[in-house]
Ligand binder design. Structure first.
Ligand SMILES: Nc1ncnc2c1ncn2[C@@H]1O[C@H](COP(=O)(O)OP(=O)(O)O)[C@@H](O)[C@H]1O
Ligand SMILES: [Mg+2]
Length: 381
């Protein structure tokens, strides 16, 4: 025992300090200064990240931004170049994948083609030496959860893509992993099936209460499913927050652009709540906090925060008002989306149910729109 260099469990004081510094009871996965390089190219810059117990966290971002790298480091399939990773308070940096107790779902299903559905789902239990009767019980339960009761004897090739992915999910949940990892699990499916399975995954997460980390490049999917979204850009976290925070309070232009549609207005800080736009007009904004007078900023206005003014009740202290001509109208579901060519130059994208006036107004017609000062969000950087 004298050769154990650091064994926190045998040193209560040191151990307790180390625990309180690094681990909170509600933390499930903690990245401490984790990075990953392949030769000279950096896949993941030094990253601190905490996933809370029971939460649904999405890793969102363009292709090559480091999403799968993070997931594979959690799984143990990729060894980080630096840093350490904690699972439920325990440093697992050197623990092999199978001993981490995680479940994984892949985009290409990764089913064993020569095994039927039952044996595919039973596979992780067999390699763990679970008894035959318990395997029966657990596989039945897992298949029931994904709606595949009665499909036990089918081979993967005899099933649709959506059904195969349900098998993949059943195989993942069958041994009750403490964390479920999914890497673009719906990426190979068409839109309608994707929407359906999204709903099923969301319900499954709610029922099981398991921590779930989900990789996707689809912002709608991430916003719909997640408790929190971790948006990646070039191997770094661009922003980590609730879907609401990313959508309405993006920290920079990349986030504003990647998540939803946006109007980005450029100007110079004029006062605490005023930005002078390039066209000379004054824009009332929520806050210029963190920006000194005279500095150049970009202001985000979400298209659905803009409403068409009908009649002449436009002028209000807390609002921005402007006019332009309708350039492009389209209908998306129950919403109208149109571009307004402003009289001062520039274009404003408007979207929403309250944009109904644009449905009646022909192309080229002049329209006045307005939005609240607090819906003009000055980007932090
Ligand atoms: N085995 C590897 N060898 C070299 N470069 C890699 C390897 N795996 C990933 N990369 C690079 O690391 C970066 C991040 O990759 P990845 O995490 O797979 O991105 P994402 O999942 O967001 O599409 C990319 O530039 C990718 O080319
Ligand atoms: Mg990937």
């Amino acid at each position: 025992m004298s050769h154990v260099l650091v064994d926190e469990s045998t040193n209560p004081v040191q151990g307790a300090q180390a625990m309180s510094r690094t681990h909170k009871k509600e933390d499930m996965i903690v990245f401490r200064d984790i990075s990953k390089s392949y030769g000279a190219s950096v896949a993941l810059h030094s990253t601190e990240l905490t996933v809370r117990k029971g939460e649904f966290l999405s890793l969102l971002g363009p292709s090559g931004s480091g999403k799968s790298t993070i997931l594979n480091i959690i799984a143990g399939a990729v060894a980080p170049t630096s840093g350490s990773i904690l699972l439920d308070g325990k440093d697992v940096s050197t623990v092999p994948p199978r001993e981490r107790g995680l479940g994984m779902v892949f985009q290409n299903y990764a089913l064993l083609p020569h095994l039927n559905v039952f044996d595919n789902v039973a596979f992780p239990l067999r390699i763990r030496g679970v008894s035959k009767s318990e395997i029966q019980q657990r596989v039945r339960n897992a298949l029931e959860r994904v709606g595949l009761t009665g499909y036990e004897h089918r081979k993967p090739r005899e099933m649709s893509g959506g059904q195969q992915q349900r098998v993949g999910i059943a195989r993942c949940i069958v041994y009750s992993p403490s964390v479920i990892l999914m890497d673009e699990p719906l990426g190979a499916l068409d839109k309608k099936l994707r929407d359906q399975l999204q709903g099923e995954i969301k319900r499954l997460h709610r029922d099981l209460g398991t921590t779930l980390v989900y990789v996707t490049h689809d912002q709608e999917e991430a916003l719909n499913l997640s408790d929190r979204v971790c948006l990646m850009n070039g191997g770094r976290i661009a922003q980590l927050g609730t879907p609401d925070e990313l959508y309405f309070e993006p920290v920079n232009e990349f986030v504003a652009d990647f998540v939803g549609e946006s109007n980005l207005l450029e100007g110079v800080v004029e006062g605490a709540n005023v930005v002078k736009l390039n066209d000379g007009s004054m824009l009332r904004v929520r806050s210029n906090e963190g920006h000194v007078t005279g500095s150049r900023v970009k202001v985000l206005v979400r298209p659905e925060k803009i409403e068409v003014v009908e009649g002449n009740d436009a002028a209000r202290e807390d609002m921005n008002v402007c006019s332009g001509t309708i350039a492009q109208t389209s209908f998306i579901g129950g919403m109208t989306r149109f571009e307004l060519k402003l009289s001062t130059g520039g274009t404003l994208l408007v979207k929403g149910i309250s944009a109904r006036a644009a449905e009646r107004a022909p192309h080229g017609q002049t329209l006045t729109v307005r939005w609240l000062a607090r819906d003009s969000v000055v980007l932090r950087k």
